[in-house]
Write a protein of this length. Structure first.
Length: 163
């Protein structure tokens, strides 16, 4: 198991690779204004599939202008909505409970706070959180010695649109 400094380096390398991958997607799609790409990457959390869909939308509707797309100041889902619907349809009951718990929180929370609201065994909770993280539906945030969890902004927007 890596030591904490190595883990931090691994996470930075992973973010760097995702950023490079995103930039390559944007170049292939012919998006303009590379100085705005970071904002787009951050908004969609570097998820290559989501960025590919959004880059296509930006090219189709805005002629590749990222700033014009960003001027709408919203987290636009477009074709992501059907993808998220498919992912949500495949969630296990414990995963649905974790998402519901995180959706009710105004800020990122520790895993112990998630479990306080649910009637899940510790192993079911940990398995659900791990699975949701692998599918990029929840976000892990390091804050000092604590690890906090929250829903991905794209999923929050999707859930708001469902109600």
């Amino acid at each position: 198991m890596p030591h904490p400094p190595e883990l931090g380096k691994t996470q930075r390398n992973s973010r760097f690779r995702r950023r490079k991958e995103a930039q390559e997607i944007f170049r292939e799609k012919g998006l303009a204004e590379p100085e705005k790409w970071s904002e787009l990457i951050d908004l969609y959390r570097g998820n290559p599939l989501w960025l590919n869909i959004i880059a296509t939308l930006i090219q189709d509707l805005f002629g590749g202008s990222v700033s014009e797309f960003l001027s709408y100041d919203t987290l636009f889902l477009g074709d992501l909505e059907s993808l998220l619907e498919q992912q949500c349809d495949r969630l296990t009951e414990p995963e649905k409970q974790v998402i519901s718990s995180l959706a009710s929180e105004a800020a990122p929370v520790e895993i112990s706070k998630i479990s306080a609201h649910l009637e899940l065994s510790p192993s079911a909770l940990l398995q659900a959180v791990q699975s949701l993280g692998r599918r990029l539906l929840i976000e892990k945030i390091k804050q000092g010695q604590k690890t906090l969890f929250t829903l991905q902004p794209v999923l929050i927007e999707y859930l708001k649109n469902q109600h």
